[in-house]
Design a protein around this ligand. Sequence first.
Ligand SMILES: Nc1ncnc2c1ncn2[C@@H]1O[C@H](COP(=O)(O)OP(=O)(O)OP(=O)(O)O)[C@@H](O)[C@H]1O
Ligand SMILES: [Mg+2]
Length: 291
Amino acid sequence: MADIENSGEVLSFPSEAKPGTLQPPRILAIANQKGGVGKTTTAINLGTALAAIGERVLIVDLDPQGNASTGLGIDQKSREHSTYDVITGAEPLRAAILATAVPHLYIAPGTMDLSGFELEMGHTRDRAFRLRNALANLNEGRAGSTDFNYVLVDCPPSLNLLTINAMAAAQAILVPLQCEFFALEGLSQLLKTVDQVKQTLNPDLTIHGVVLTMYDARNNLSGQVMADVREFMGPKVYDTVIPRNVRVSEAPSYGKPVLIYDLKCVGSEAYLRLATEIIQREKQLKDRRAS
Ligand SMILES: Nc1ncnc2c1ncn2[C@@H]1O[C@H](COP(=O)(O)OP(=O)(O)OP(=O)(O)O)[C@@H](O)[C@H]1O
Ligand SMILES: [Mg+2]
């Protein structure tokens, strides 16, 4: 066991991740064009929770803000190669991948130059498939210690070419949705884009689920939005709801996932439950594919 201790609470990680299988990884895009809804927080903490149960996880930071990289303690100087270099073809994905302080959790960092990607690509024919192509051989010939089971793509707050690349590369989309007034309008727009991507670039794309974030039990609106979203999206909404919790918002300034910063806070507990639910959903999907 590798333990990471903080404030007396210890999150244990298996010393070895699950053995690699040479299977392609499961690729989940964490997307919502609305800003500040918890995409990056979900990428970091879901990634950490999956790593704690022995999955080998790669976060692909596809946002010019680079918040997932900063939140995992990767400073600008260490970002020698970034996802920009990868999707423009200058470097293979493996060259950009860095280990984080969390065992079994890796990141391909994002940098500001990603903001120029769409303009620079112009009408290049494969412009929507740059990330898919870069991920295609991730596990090839590398069974064992460097095999990844999950790739989580942290998208920018826009339905731009970067997000389209994530949707074209992913098997499924995970949508963080903040419990606030315009949440449903934004969701409809996102679902329309997912449909368009399905029809054109990625026929197998599905919605993995919607996770309600920053839920505030004292706020009537939070409860109303939750009821509306559950009515609209049915079982696609995860049972787990992420509460608004100050420890969650403090953690990134220490370059740590909240699960490491304060394992016992309600935010950490919620992200652990979300990871369990996602693993269960993954198992159901796998059984369905096999039958
Ligand atoms: N459950 C939570 N409780 C309290 N604060 C939270 C919670 N989740 C996220 N936050 C805070 O809300 C802000 C936005 O979260 P985050 O950066 O994850 O959103 P985002 O969707 O990735 O934003 P962007 O669209 O800019 O990339 C951050 O300051 C984060 O620390
Ligand atoms: Mg973000």
